[in-house]
Design a protein around this ligand. Structure first.
Ligand code: ATP
Ligand code: MG
Length: 465
């Protein structure tokens, strides 16, 4: 594969050209830099445009505003402003070389410089350290284009020093490698393993953003296999899973090797289109196994309660990394029920749907298919004879589709009667009893004793309760 920089000119969007033009007419030098250049050379869909310029941010702002371009001061301490052209935001940052990072997180001081080369040298990886200008062409000082062609993530400069400056780069390396299907260059890899413990100094929220980036590539199995030290440094709870022998005739693999297989199977069963919830659930579904393991008198391992314990651990892990609460609930629900048996029968399906709806209101219809895919992936990743359940799950999936087509009640609000009906018919005042009667009616429908039909419910209430 080879990449030409010539085609880049055609791809550079109008809003980026406009900003380069305004800055350069004001006497400054400006380049498009970083992710846009990388993705354009790869022929990948291009994302936000970042511009780097010799102008001080105040001068860049003045030139842009004078041309009628709105500018927001989004990070002036680091020399960054955001200009908006055609509704498209473009970050414009003054050339800078970052100083010492004594806390492994933030440069102690940002030094503005006049040469773009110094700005490129402070960037993390060769593939992210290229600049492009429509007439001056590609500025590639560190072999970024060659590394793109070879599929390599390589630190700019001395890798150990670069990771010591900012430990988040350790996770960024894994994220870019996962996203692009690249390998980490051997020296960069050694430095990355050495520096992984530095993640302890990084804000959990930023670790969460990078980990989410890794998980969303659908390549978390690769990350766990290729960079276990980094993954465990980011989420220490993973460490106990590595090499954990399950001592069970139902499990041929250690907890981590099984997890890696499940993550791969999730992608296979969803043709690479798994939701982030399902990907996270596959990744963490057995995180509760090491802590719940008991060994019986013939030496076999049991993991009673591991789905519940795992869901609680997942809540802690995603919570400390500041994931949105409703996202956490959906992932934890999948983990909580990954061992729950579902059969291709109305009652079993309705029960499962109602259980999910109780914890994740409004999500039962979509989460049940994700749960089935998680269970399928789990079933084919244990021992060959456990795989039969994946076939049973195909039947469950068909039955779920049929069942949902009948629009079954998933919660009491879906019942053909409401609280007022219950109070009138049963001659009772408002209060918790009304709620428990409605729940009984819901379960009567779930258990196929009655249909979700007003007359049948009235009869059931007056006679059956
Ligand atoms: P993405 O598609 O993930 O946004 P990106 O390359 O645009 O990829 P950003 O995090 O938006 O990544 O950063 C923009 C650029 O800033 C990078 O391409 C890189 O040159 C530089 N950069 C970002 N974070 C760091 C860092 N921690 N250390 C060094 N350089 C960095
Ligand atoms: Mg970006």
């Amino acid at each position: 594969m080879s990449y030409s920089s010539d085609g880049l000119a055609y791809g550079l969007p109008h809003h980026a050209l406009k900003i380069l033009d305004v800055l350069e007419r004001s006497g400054a030098e400006a380049w498009v830099v970083g992710g846009w250049v990388r993705d354009a050379l790869l022929g990948a869909p291009c994302h936000d445009v970042d511009v780097t310029t010799s102008a001080r941010w105040q001068d860049a702002k003045a030139a842009l505003v004078a041309d009628g371009i709105p500018v927001h001061e989004t990070g002036t301490a680091h020399g960054t402003i955001t200009a908006v052209v055609d509704g498209e935001p473009v970050e414009v940052t003054t050339y800078r070389s970052d100083g010492i990072y004594s806390d492994h997180r933030h440069p102690d001081q940002v030094v503005f410089v006049s040469d773009v080369k110094e700005d490129l040298a402070r960037r993390d990886f060769t593939i992210n350290a290229m600049a492009y200008h429509p007439t001056r062409g590609l500025l590639d000082l560190f072999g970024g284009r060659e590394d793109l062609e070879r599929g390599v993530i390589r630190a700019v400069g001395n890798p150990a020093q670069r990771f010591a400056e900012d430990a988040l780069r350790v996770l960024r390396a894994v994220r870019f490698a996962a996203r692009l299907g690249f390998v980490v260059e051997p020296h960069t890899h050694v430095a990355l393993v050495d520096a992984a413990s530095g993640l302890a100094d990084i804000a959990q929220e930023r670790i969460g953003q990078e980990m989410d980036g890794i998980v969303r590539t659908g390549k978390v199995a690769w990350a766990l296999e290729a960079e276990p030290e980094v993954m465990c440094a980011a989420i220490p709870e993973l460490t106990a899973m590595i090499g954990f022998d399950q001592r069970s005739p139902w499990h041929a693999y250690t907890v981590m090797d099984h997890t890696i297989r499940v993550c791969r199977a999730v992608e296979e069963f969803t043709a690479g289109l798994a939701t982030p919830e399902l990907r996270w659930a596959g990744f963490l579904h057995d995180v509760g196994k090491p802590v719940t393991c008991t060994i019986d008198n013939i030496g076999r391992g049991h993991f009673w309660g591991h789905p519940k314990a795992g869901a609680a651990m997942c809540e802690t892990i995603l919570g400390r990394m500041a994931f949105p609460k409703d996202f956490i609930t959906r992932v934890c629900t999948l983990i909580r029920y990954h061992d729950h048996m579902v059969y291709p029968m109305t009652r079993s399906i309705r029960r499962t749907l109602v259980k999910i709806e109780q914890v994740c209101p409004g999500y039962a219809r979509s989460l049940i298919y994700q749960l089935i895919n998680l269970k399928r992936a789990d079933a084919v990743s244990k021992v060959p004879r456990a795989s039969y359940y994946a076939i049973e799950l195909d039947k469950v999936s068909t039955a779920v589709r049929k069942e949902l087509a009948t629009n079954p009640p998933l919660c009491i609000a879906d019942l053909a009667v409401d609280g007022r009906d219950v109070m009138e018919l049963m001659h009772i005042p408002a209060g918790p009893v009304v709620g428990s009667i409605l729940h009984e009616l819901l379960y009567a429908v779930v258990n196929c004793e009655i249909d979700n039909d007003r007359d049948q419910m009235i009869k059931y209430m007056t006679k059956g309760l």
